[in-house]
Design a protein around this ligand. Sequence first.
Ligand SMILES: [Zn+2]
Length: 454
Amino acid sequence: MNAHPHPVLLQGGTVVTVDVDDRVFSGDVLIEGGRITALGAGLKVAPGTRVVDVSGCIVSPGFVQAHVHLCQVLFRGFAEELPLLPWLKERIWPLEAAHSPSTLGASARLGIAELLLGGTTAILDMGTVNHHDAVFDAAAALGIRMTSGKAMMDKVGQSALDESTAASLSSSNALADRFHRSASDRLHYAFAPRFILSCSDELLRATLIEARARGCLVHTHASENPGEVDAVKAATGTDNITALHQRGVSGVDVVLAHCVHLSPGERALLKSTQTRVVHCPSGNLKLASGTAPITELLGDGVVVGLGADGAPCNNRMSAFSEMRLAALLQKPLHGADALPARVALRMATMGSASVLGRADEIGSLEVGKRADVVVTGLARPHLRPISDPVATLVYAAEAGDVVHVFVDGHQLVRDRRLLRTDLATILDDAELAATELLARAGLSSLRTSMAVPP
Ligand SMILES: [Zn+2]
């Protein structure tokens, strides 16, 4: 796994680089030693290089989703038509609390399979409270690039997930010591206080100290939903982003999912502190949270990434769906030229890579960068006629159009099939684990009468 893969030449594609000039050209991408070593037309290669014909395809950077929950993938379809706080309290937290290491591993493998098959090569993942090593084990085995942390919550008071401040810190530290910069630097640890309402001030302050001492990101949720914003104001006496900032939770190494509801003062704080924001348009619509002011944030120079959030609030984990929605949602607000395709693609690649603090390594096709590369086929009716490849990727393409996927130069998907694992086993394991999980959470009645494979 850590050995360098064979050199590969992706030959004769339409290469969408997402470099500083948004360069698009017809030609080749050479991958050697896990990195991109040449870009151009008619590249010559050394003997032993595997040549992959990608004519008629778009070659792009792998998509980076900067906010997902692999622990929730098994809850897909079991938390419908609810707003955020009841969605969390009635479904998500009881199901998370019911996870065993084996059901958590099954959930993570199902999610990673979906992500890789849809061209997502890197994620920032927020876990649940317990058994989080199962998520790292799944990512290590399946080959995706992941920054992830267990959820920290010492102040819920009503949930089986509640933990003491000391236990939350010590278990997070132990995971960081074990997994940060592991698997040849493919896996990173992030400290993940769930949201301000679930964390004591003491936990938030100590978390920032521990994370910064280790060079880890801090990832949390903020200002997703009006009910949550009101609850934060009642609890802290001020706005969410302001309250986080007062507790030290701001800066270039802090990643806030959502930021849908922001006061002018909060926007100014995000701008001045360069705190990172992740836009999750599908989840914001499905939980009736609202539309984030992404045009305004980008205008302020805030770094914004993109993510599908959890499977039960989406219900896809597709970078294509999120790019398309991110672009479409801004148009009724700001005009048809708002958030154009090239900006949506940049958000899903370089934007999210910057959120992860890895823009020097991933997010674009440039010589010297790690070879996280996606090949998208165009031989399907919804992608024709051939037109602007960037608009095609953002507005027309779907996860199922991805043909080949490379991470660190290792091919993980070939001809729409996972190479490193058996998909049928992942699907069977997921069904068994979902049945087990629903029973443990007392939610078996949510299984519909639809036949579940044996
Ligand atoms: Zn989330």
